[in-house]
Design a binder for this molecule. Structure first.
Ligand code: DGL
Length: 264
C-alpha cells in the first residue's frame, strides 16, 4: 500500500481531541484516522512536564506501530510540553495545537482577552513564548480550568457541578471586560453551549480546531502524503477507559468507525 493511504494518527489525553478529529474528517474526508484516547491517564494538565513528555512518547510509539503517516497532537497540554522533543526524536511530521491567543489579540476591542486552559499548558515554556509576542497593551486573563476535563471524561458534561465550575472561571473574566475567550484545551469545545449561556453574544469564543485541520491538510500536501482517493476514510479509535463517553461524543458522525477499549 502506498504511504498516502496510511492513516493520520491523532492522540489526546482523552476524548476531548475528538473535537479536532471532527474538523479533520470534515476537511479531509478521504483520509483514514487512528485516534488514541489515553483516558486512563487524564488529565495531563495536572502532571509534570516530564510525565507529559513520557506519555506523549508512548502515544507516538503506539501510533507509529499502527503505520500512521503523520501525527496530530490533539492536545494543547501535550503540544506545549512535548512537541519540540517529539519533532527532534521522530522522523515523521507532527501537527500540534496551541491556544489561539494570537488571533484573539487581533480581534479584541477591549484589549482584554481571556484564556481557559490546563495548568500544564499555561505553565509551559511554549505558551510563555507565544504570550510574550502579544502586544503589551493587551491584558490576558488566564484561568486554569481545573476539574473540567475530569467531568467530561466521566460523562458529566451537563451537570450542575459543570455549570458551577464554568461560572467560577468565566464570571471574573466578564467582570474584567474580556471580549474574546480562548478555549485552550481540546475538551472545552464540548462546553460551548454552556459557555455561551454564561457569556451571551458579546464575547467571541475562539478555538483552534479548524486551523489544525487546515494545517494538517497543508502539511500532507507539502509532504506528498495526501490521500487523493474519492472513497471515504475509515476510523479506528483506541481508548483505555470508559468508552461510553467516546461513543456519545462521536455518535452520529460516521458509520465507518470502530472503537476498541483495551489496556495500553
Ligand atoms: N485535551 C487536553 C488539552 O487540550 C488535555 C486535557 C488534560 O488532560 O488535562 O489540553
Amino acid at each position: 500500500m502506498s504511504l498516502n493511504k496510511f492513516p493520520i494518527g491523532i492522540f489526546d489525553s482523552g476524548v476531548g481531541g475528538t473535537s479536532i478529529w471532527k474538523e479533520i474528517i470534515t476537511h479531509l474526508p478521504s483520509e483514514s484516522t487512528i485516534y488514541l484516547s489515553d483516558s486512563k491517564n487524564a488529565p495531563y494538565g495536572e502532571k509534570s512536564e516530564q510525565e507529559i513528555i513520557d506519555l506523549s512518547i508512548k502515544n507516538t510509539q503506539f501510533l507509529l506501530s499502527k503505520n500512521c503517516k503523520i501525527i496530530v497532537i490533539a492536545c494543547n497540554t501535550a503540544t506545549t510540553n512535548a512537541i519540540k522533543l517529539l519533532r527532534k526524536n521522530y522522523d515523521i511530521p507532527f501537527i500540534g495545537i496551541e491556544p489561539a491567543i494570537k488571533p484573539a489579540a487581533l480581534k479584541t476591542k477591549t484589549n482584554t482577552i481571556g484564556i481557559l486552559a490546563t495548568k500544564g499548558t499555561l505553565n509551559s515554556e511554549l505558551f510563555e513564548k507565544t504570550s510574550s509576542t502579544i502586544n503589551k497593551e493587551i491584558t490576558i486573563i488566564e484561568k486554569v480550568g481545573k476539574g473540567l476535563v475530569e467531568l467530561i471524561e466521566s460523562g458529566n458534561l451537563n451537570s450542575e457541578k459543570m455549570t458551577k465550575l464554568l461560572s467560577s472561571f468565566i464570571k471574573p473574566m466578564i467582570d474584567k471586560k474580556v471580549d474574546c475567550l480562548v478555549l485552550g484545551c481540546t475538551h472545552y469545545p464540548y462546553l460551548i453551549p454552556q459557555i455561551r449561556e454564561l457569556v451571551g453574544n458579546k464575547i467571541q469564543i475562539i478555538d483552534s480546531g479548524e486551523a489544525v485541520a487546515r494545517q494538517t491538510k497543508t502539511i500532507l500536501e507539502t509532504n506528498q502524503l495526501l490521500n487523493k482517493s474519492d472513497t471515504a476514510g475509515v476510523h479506528q479509535f483506541y481508548i483505555n477507559k470508559n468508552k461510553k463517553v467516546l461513543e456519545i461524543l462521536i455518535s452520529g458522525d460516521k458509520n465507518n468507525l470502530k472503537i476498541s477499549e483495551e489496556d495500553f
